[in-house]
Design a protein around this ligand. Sequence first.
Ligand code: 5AD
Ligand code: FES
Length: 351
Amino acid sequence: KVADLLRQLQKTHHLSLEEYELILSNRTKEDEELAKNLAKDCTEEYYGNGVYTRGLIEFTNYCKNGCHYCGIQRENQEVERYRLTKEEILDCCREGHQLGFRTFVLQGGEDPYFTDERIVEIVKAIKEEFPDCAVTLSIGEKSKESYEKYFQAGADRYLLRHETADEAHYQKLHPKELSFQNRMRCLQDLKDIGFQVGCGFMVGSPGQSSKSLAKDLYFIQEFKPDMCGIGPFIPQHSTIFAKEKQGSLEDTLFLLSMLRLIQPNLLIPATTALGTIDKRGRELGILAGANVLMPNLSPTAVRKKYLLYDNKICTGDEAAQCRACLSRRMESVGAKLLVDRGDAKKAKEAR
Ligand code: 5AD
Ligand code: FES
């Protein structure tokens, strides 16, 4: 039954919420293998064996929010806070461009120091110096007016993980001043403005059920983002989730395959969190259906200060080392890093 549903999904890219839940709670090892193989065919059809890269610049670890899972949330006194200047950010881009990155992702906590004016200035400076590159922002929940300013300044994409599509679960993961409605409002505004939008969720976050995961998959199917980032939840020692169990490799890989089957042209990163829970996590992620890697371009001096979770990889490595390392890793699974902006391919008609 699960196998039939997977085959149906590969053809129609559409299932009901109940069918997703049935798959998630009844799948066997064989079903996982099948999902992986079907997903691999979809990835190849759209993207061949090419893997897109984005250079991630973690430009501020100040944050006004208190997300329960996150290591840089405001309550964490252990964190040494930092901000990069515009020049430092541009230096990261210069190095990244030389290494072959054609997308820069500016990611940070929700830091009031970075007003719309400052963000606009940074985006414009990057687009001016690197007109062949895409700029992605990942700076959290803002008003529609703010998002419009960023878009007009030249930002191409925006990443804002929805974290969970289950409202009650969302409330468990976040303090009460953050609402599921506002998160959804942001995602819709971003799409309406014309950004290429990325959403995503953690696998195995505290309180997650097959039902809530089914809602995540159903949400992706309906929302049709351009990108979806998922990675295992990894406890961070100074958060209230310090003693919670981490998300599993198997679950994450299976969900990567499900995402690929739901939306074959989706941009799906094999995340750093996946590489953190398993030495070959990112390679396995690519084999399961991912087609994007987002290595860190931040200066090594600040990398150890941007720890959303424990044991994060690549916090001591230079950008060049990571690019070379990833290139070898991809070769080991028959894939290759591309030098490309890496926009999503146009979707073909469902069969
Ligand atoms: N484990 C795994 N992923 C995490 N994130 C934040 N904290 C953790 C954690 N402890 C993810 C969230 C966020 C993204 C930037 O990182 O999904 O949106
Ligand atoms: Fe950073 Fe391997 S990707 S060292």
